[in-house]
Design a protein around this ligand. Structure first.
Ligand SMILES: *[C@@H]1O[C@H](CO)[C@@H](O)[C@H](O)[C@H]1NC(C)=O
Ligand SMILES: *[C@@H]1O[C@H](CO)[C@@H](O)[C@H](O)[C@H]1NC(C)=O
Length: 381
């Protein structure tokens, strides 16, 4: 088990997520080209933690959990943007596979209004989790409940107007969007282990609470009109550099007790995909097993084109993020394509691209279950 005391040292962020995005590359019955009526109502709404945050935390008050400085964004065209990686996150990569006309804008960016929301909005916030109590010890985050509320109160009325203007009927159009949710890792790392909940609550009970809370959050989205869901698993959190370092996994092996927590939750998540269909009429769900996709790289690095599976690429800072976040202007590895992790917690772009490719097109049920995103796009049209 994890010593809860170790906890107070790493406090900051652990967020997990993944992202997603998408739009249907096939033209609908309206037939139009990009930007015409046939494209309206095709996009991605993204919810979750730092694995899919694309800049929302930049707009929260300091001190916060941010990745808006070098070396973050080293391989991203716009440089540091708030994404917790050297380049694209999995949602960026998925949006490209979906041929969305541009990047999905972050909700808190003041320019995310008007027709910029037509292809979706990203609400994710680094350091957040499923539970409202999940947050880093310092700094503000946007909880998943608040993210959903932002979609409901701010975006939905604007979207209704925009879709009407573009010739769509709101509810029918909303059914075409993908709702990508990637969260849960911070609930374990920040809340259960670091927050000391582990002292009083069993892992099973905590997982049951996370699951039931998550189910009501999905139902809330369904009630608002969401029909196509892409759920990202929790990563192998026992394998991330900060957890290995804190728990002195000296020989480089993953901390299996922490991975077990992720597996408990992920098993529930994949069974949700089997049962939520009846509870949410008309819905279609895809479970993206990023846990397995990342673990496969860690176990077969050479075959997958990686060499460093244990150390993060950037120099981390004990004062900024307690071993999770890169040090500002700190050292960075040369061959970022060969590293699994960019900082103490978050995957490199190379891994994110692989997750998005698998989510989009993998025929393997241990990667995208029970169908992949490409197949999801064709459902219920
Ligand atoms: C989820 O997993 C936990 C523990 O593994 C279990 O106790 C709980 O009943 C599960 N919940 C659902 C909805 O499957
Ligand atoms: C690493 O440590 C773990 C736990 O102490 C042990 O089970 C495992 O065999 C070790 N691996 C190697 C390669 O030494």
């Amino acid at each position: 088990m994890v010593p809860p005391k170790a906890s107070s040292r790493f406090i900051i962020l652990l967020s997990f997520i993944m992202l997603g995005s998408l739009t249907n590359p096939c033209k609908g019955e309206h037939g139009g080209g990009r930007g015409e009526a046939g494209d309206a109502g095709r996009g991605v709404f993204v919810f979750g933690s730092s694995l899919v945050d694309n800049g929302n935390n930049n707009f929260l008050p300091e001190p916060g959990v941010r990745a808006d400085y070098a070396p973050y964004g080293l391989d991203f065209p716009a440089g540091p943007s708030g994404r917790f990686s050297n380049g694209k996150n999995p949602v960026d990569a998925l949006a490209e596979l979906l041929k969305l006309p541009g990047r999905v804008p972050p909700f808190l960016d003041p320019t995310t209004t008007g027709d910029r929301i037509l292809h979706g909005v990203n609400y994710a916030s680094g350091g957040s989790g499923i539970l409202d109590e999940t947050r880093p010890t310092r700094g503000t985050v946007i909880s998943l409940n608040q993210q959903i509320s932002n979609f409901e109160r701010v975006t939905l009325p604007q979207l209704t107007t925009q879709l009407g203007r573009h010739g769509g009927r709101h509810s029918a159009e909303l059914h075409k969007y993908l709702f990508v949710v990637g969260t849960g890792g911070n609930d374990y790392l920040l809340n259960y282990y670091l927050g000391g909940v582990a002292n009083t609550v069993s892992l099973q009970d905590f997982t049951a609470l996370l699951t039931s809370t998550f189910v009501s959050q999905l139902k809330k989205l369904h009630g608002l009109g969401a029909r196509k869901f892409v759920l990202l698993s929790v990563q192998p959190i026992g394998c991330v550099p900060v957890v290995k370092a804190l728990l002195h996994a000296a020989n480089g092996s993953c901390v299996e007790a922490i991975n077990e927590a992720a597996l408990l939750f992920n098993r529930n998540l994949s069974s949700l995909v089997d049962n939520m269909g009846q509870q949410m009429p008309g819905s279609h769900l895809v479970y993206v097993n990023s846990y397995t996709i990342i673990t496969d790289i860690i176990q077969n690095p050479t075959q997958r084109g990686f060499t460093e599976t244990s150390l993060g690429c950037c120099e981390t800072s004990p004062t900024n993020g307690n071993g999770v976040l890169c040090k500002k202007e700190g050292r960075v590895c040369e061959d970022r394509h060969a590293y699994v992790f960019f900082d103490g917690l978050h995957p490199t772009e190379a891994v994110n691209l692989r997750i998005a490719e698998k989510a989009y097109g993998s025929p393997r049920k241990d990667e995208a279950y029970p169908i992949n995103v490409k197949q999801l796009l064709r459902r219920g049209l």
